[in-house]
Design a protein around this ligand. Structure first.
Ligand code: FDA
Length: 392
């Protein structure tokens, strides 16, 4: 039986950050993970370069049933604090776009940095360890694992969400929450491509690989970023962002030409080049394959001179406000994060300790706080891990 001050379940971004901070305070810390390698999601993130934070991070970049919950932790450990750590480890980085910071070389630099910090602080990481059972018979937790029993004063749940199961992701944290009588906001896949059926699916399939800058809206929320057609539907940053807001059965609106008032522009073109084909005119602003397909899908054909204002208005409506109803998402198989999770009402926003179970902490993605695309989810892992690390 090993006796610990702090046992962290999950050696990902949040768990490692929490363990580093706790070990720096002189706590006897062990991190266990069932995977063969730590922080696999960091390794594959950002196309292998890890979008590790965002310069413009504020609480407005997060979704939660309680949007204020994340404020305190984000303020106590900011994007600038994490960037300071990256710079102290001389990891070269760059801003790609919209404040998104990436490693110049490899996401593995971030993993190495975290492991170096953990070792320097005196914390230990134990991989390939399955968690068999968790109990709290007295003031300490007892955890049965495939590598023997553990006892600890504080237990930190940092097992993330179930997105990308083949990377070792599980819903373990939710089960543990339920075991202790804690409420879980129903989880669902987020930052995930949207899928379509019938004619829209076929249209997307024919356009697979075409990408463009677009503004995608659901209700009052709009994201203007890249959009990509895929064999199953739509992807790209603007779609991933809106997927976190989209509600089943309801449409999204896609503005394929966010800089252009299509009606006014086509009216001008009709005056200046009346003999031009409507399809050719659209091809000036849209990728050719897209102009071709949409002209047939929306029956936009013939010379500009022959088009009434009504037809031009219809073209504008379809290109500036294309209404599409997804049938679903690609699900956890490809989702970058999971919406929902441990209800924040169960936690102190200062310490991340459960209000009703002393010594039990939840941090990172397992909690009902989900960031937009762009480095915000890692910042949440760093900030929540850092906050809990001061109190475990
Ligand atoms: P995380 O998932 O990182 O860690 C959980 C750990 O717990 C894992 O090591 C896992 O093996 C372990 N575990 C799970 N169940 C267990 C069990 N039952 N027993 C033992 N161990 C268990 N975010 C961002 O800000 N910028 C980016 O560039 C990207 N890119 C990106 C790409 C892809 C493909 C994905 C899937 C995700 C991203 N993200 C991202 C999101 C980001 O990876 C995610 O929000 C954080 O990794 C969450 O950190 P956590 O530490 O909470 O969980």
């Amino acid at each position: 039986m090993r006796d610990l001050d702090v046992l962290v379940l999950g050696g990902g971004a949040a768990g490692l950050m929490c363990a580093i901070e706790a070990a720096k305070r002189g706590r006897k810390v062990l991190v266990i993970d069932h995977a063969r390698r730590p922080a696999e999601k960091i390794r594959i993130s950002g196309g292998g370069r890890c979008n590790f934070t965002n310069l413009h991070c504020t609480s407005a970049n997060f979704l939660s049933q309680n949007p204020r919950f994340c404020v305190s932790a984000l303020k106590r450990y900011t994007q600038h604090d994490f960037l300071g750590l990256v710079e102290r480890h001389r990891i070269p980085w760059h801003e790609k776009t919209l404040g998104q910071l990436f490693c110049d070389e490899s996401a593995k630099d971030i993993i190495r940095m975290l492991l170096t910090e953990l070792e320097a602080a005196g914390g230990t990481l134990q991989l390939e360890t399955d968690i068999k059972a968790v109990e709290k018979p007295d003031e300490r937790f007892s955890v049965a694992t495939s590598k023997g029993p553990l006892r600890s004063h504080s237990l930190v749940v940092a097992t993330g969400g179930p997105s990308i199961p083949k990377m070792g992701a599980t819903g373990f944290g939710y089960e543990l929450a339920k075991q202790f009588g804690l409420k879980v906001i129903p989880p669902r896949a987020a930052l995930v491509p949207l899928t379509f059926s019938d004619a829209n699916k076929e249209l997307c399939g024919r356009l697979a690989g075409v990408s463009l800058d677009a503004a995608v809206s659901f209700g009052k929320t709009t994201f203007r970023e890249g959009l990509l057609f895929t064999h199953r539907g739509l992807s790209g940053p603007s779609i991933l962002q809106i997927s976190s807001f989209w509600e089943e059965g309801r449409p999204i609106w896609v503005n394929l030409l966010p800089e252009t008032d299509v009606f006014e522009t086509l009216r001008g073109a009709r005056q200046d080049s009346p003999k031009q084909d409507l399809k050719t005119a659209l091809g000036q602003w849209l990728p050719n394959r897209l102009a071709d397909e949409l002209s047939s899908a929306f029956s936009l054909k013939g010379r500009l001179a022959d088009q009434s204002d009504k037809v031009l208005r219809r073209a504008s409506e379809q290109l500036n406000r294309w209404q599409l109803t997804p049938v679903g998402t690609e699900g956890y198989r490809t989702a970058e994060v999971t919406l929902g999770g441990l209800d924040t009402k169960e936690l102190s926003s200062k310490t991340f300790e459960c209000v009703s179970v002393s010594g039990l902490f939840f941090i990172g993605e397992v909690v009902d706080v989900t960031g937009h695309l762009g480095g915000f989810n890692f910042q949440w892992a760093w900030s929540s891990g850092h906050a809990a690390g001061q109190f475990v």
